[in-house]
Design a protein around this ligand. Structure first.
Ligand code: NAP
Length: 539
């Protein structure tokens, strides 16, 4: 860039990439410090995950009232969720409301996708370039781009040949889609597909679901929030957030301190029935303490779920296909459902087992497996995300000496506290990068922690006149080892999942998230801050 261009480049104290839950709150916090901040957002509006994921059936798997921001009592008092597990349009409206209430829109530049962010060694700041040819400089760069935002579409031969409509679920069109007389394919049966299939099967010409791995799904048990419940929720907000602060995944559910074998078969069964009948994740995240560490303990829960699946699917052959046997319960994200299994009892819904008959190619009119040729009007990819690192890899991020973050992380992601990476000074990651509790969490609870920690660190720098904060290699190495320790002895590494980076071919098989839970993560972060940000060097 010439000197002339450089002089014209607008400068900010902080540039934030992403106007989702984390980016919005960080903008609000940093404004409170008096920082000059700009948010760059690829979408046309705020919302992040809830802006992009508009597929039919998209809704919370967290209790709505445990999901909203907790930082503003006024916001908590004025917002009313309509259901215990709100649907995507309502969540998007909520985030738009937050952005209006705190006057955030004026500092967000929409339809501006960041292409590159390069650290300028000489100036000690970041030059951020956008796909539309624009550029900004910022002393501090924060990526608030989420851990489940970079769609993964498998490289099936012939994809460009298909003449019908085709979308990934996270790139759903911003208009109603009518499938009532259409032949539709859904590839994938993860948490997204489970919601999507349930919803679209209600009014569709014909649906064919292509399944590679069956999942252990648990009934969501959603319901409207009554006026009495609303009053109770408002009165209990401090208690609800205190509960989330203490629990492993920042949900209202937390693990049972007992082993599955502390109870006899009848007692255990009664407990499983009770947890199964409750709304939400209690059956998983309120399970026995050895659920995710002991195969035999896990099998007691897995067998219970298999039984529940078989009870609901009429055709025993289809039931067998929908019943997982190849991985331990809860080592993949448990989808919550509201009629998923019954969808397969409909005459116009068919399940194809991709393990027996893999897809060979996509054709102009549909797709071909090793067994048959299918014609479709639409093919939907519910095939997940290049999780944790994918969104960062997509941007050309270069730190000191031009080092590429994608290259640094190619062998395995390396961070300190999941919020900075050595060689990338003045760059913070909030919300869903690797090795951060936020990727495995009732997300906003962890995002609030991330945002508050980062804005406190920025306040610390401003108070002391520091221009640079950089993690040390020793601190990063210790964090990488700590993260590995959080899953050592668990069943997670045995399962092929996005948690392990196993869903994207070529990606390194290592636990991508943080397995210690929010409570431990917060303790570690607070300790670092209390020790004058130990493990960081200031200049
Ligand atoms: P996912 O869990 O990664 O599921 C992707 C699905 O696509 C899997 O069934 C996978 O099969 C299949 N697939 C991938 N590549 C394939 C290929 N080449 N051929 C055939 N099938 C293929 O993705 P997701 O369902 O989008 O969910 C991702 C995460 O988003 C969830 O775990 C959750 O954290 C979050 N989410 C949250 C909510 C909510 O809170 N309400 C809702 C939806 C999603 P395999 O299992 O065999 O790999």
């Amino acid at each position: 860039m010439s000197q002339e261009q450089s002089a014209a480049t607008p400068e900010y104290e902080v540039a934030i990439i992403g106007a989702g839950i984390a980016g919005l709150y960080l903008l609000h916090r940093l404004r409170g410090l008096g920082c000059r901040v700009l948010v760059l957002e690829a979408g046309t509006d705020v919302g992040g995950t809830w802006y992009w994921n508009r597929y039919p059936g998209a809704r919370f798997d967290s209790e709505s009232w445990s999901y909203g921001y907790s930082f503003s009592p006024e916001l908590l008092d004025e917002w009313q969720w309509s259901e215990h597990f709100a649907a995507q349009p309502e969540t998007l409206r909520y985030l738009q409301h937050v952005a209006r209430k705190f006057d955030l829109y004026r500092d967000i530049r929409f339809e501006t996708r960041v292409a590159a962010a390069h650290y300028d060694d000489a100036r000690g700041d970041w030059l951020v370039r956008t796909e539309d040819g624009g550029a900004v400089r910022a002393a501090i760069l924060v990526t608030a781009i989420g851990g489940l935002t970079e769609p993964y579409v498998p490289n099936i031969p012939g994809r460009e040949d298909f003449q019908g409509e085709s979308w990934h679920t996270a790139r759903w069109p911003h208009r109603p889609v009518d499938f009532s007389d259409k032949r539709v394919a859904v590839i994938g049966t993860g948490a997204t597909a489970v919601q999507l299939i349930t919803e679209i099967s209600k009014n569709i010409g014909h649906l064919t679901v292509f399944q590679r791995t069956a999942n252990y799904c648990k009934p969501l048990r959603n319901a409207p929030i009554t006026a009495a419940e609303q009053a109770d929720i408002r009165a209990r907000y401090p208690e609800i957030f205190a509960l989330c602060r203490q629990s492993f995944g920042a949900f209202i559910h937390d693990f049972d301190p007992r082993s599955a074998f502390d109870l006899d078969d009848a007692e255990r069964r009664a407990l499983y029935e009770r947890l199964w009948a409750e709304p939400g994740f209690g059956f998983w995240l309120g399970g026995f303490r050895d659920l995710l560490t002991d195969r035999a303990a896990n099998e007691t829960a897995a067998a219970f779920v298999r039984e529940k699946i078989r009870e609901r699917v009429k055709d025993p052959a289809v039931a067998a296909l929908l019943t997982p046997t190849d991985h331990a319960f809860g080592t993949k994200r448990v989808p919550l459902e509201s009629g998923y299994y019954e969808a397969f009892n409909r005459d116009n819904v068919r399940l194809i087992d991709l393990r027996a008959t893999p897809i060979e190619r996509i054709t102009a009119t549909g797709l071909r497996t090793t067994d048959a040729e299918f014609d479709f009007d639409a093919i939907i990819f519910a095939t997940g995300f290049d999780a944790a690192t994918g969104a960062h890899r997509r941007i050309d991020i270069r730190g000191e000496g031009g080092q590429s973050l994608a290259e640094k992380w190619a062998a395995a992601p390396r961070t300190y506290l999941g919020m900075q990476s050595v060689g990338f000074p003045n760059m913070f990651i909030v919300g869903g990068g690797p090795q951060n509790a936020a990727s495995f969490c009732n997300v906003p609870r962890c995002l609030e922690q991330n945002v508050e920690w980062v804005s406190d660190a920025i306040a610390y720098m401003r108070e002391r006149g520091y221009r640079s904060i950089a993690a040390t290699p020793e601190a990063e190495e210790a964090w990488v080892r700590h993260v590995a320790d959080t899953v050592a002895g668990t069943l997670f590494p045995e399962t092929e999942s996005w948690f392990m980076g196993a869903n994207v071919p070529g990606k390194v098989r290592v636990f991508q998230l943080y397995g210690g839970g929010l409570r431990l993560f917060r303790e570690k972060c607070d300790e670092v801050a209390a020790n004058g940000y130990s493990g960081f060097v200031f200049r």
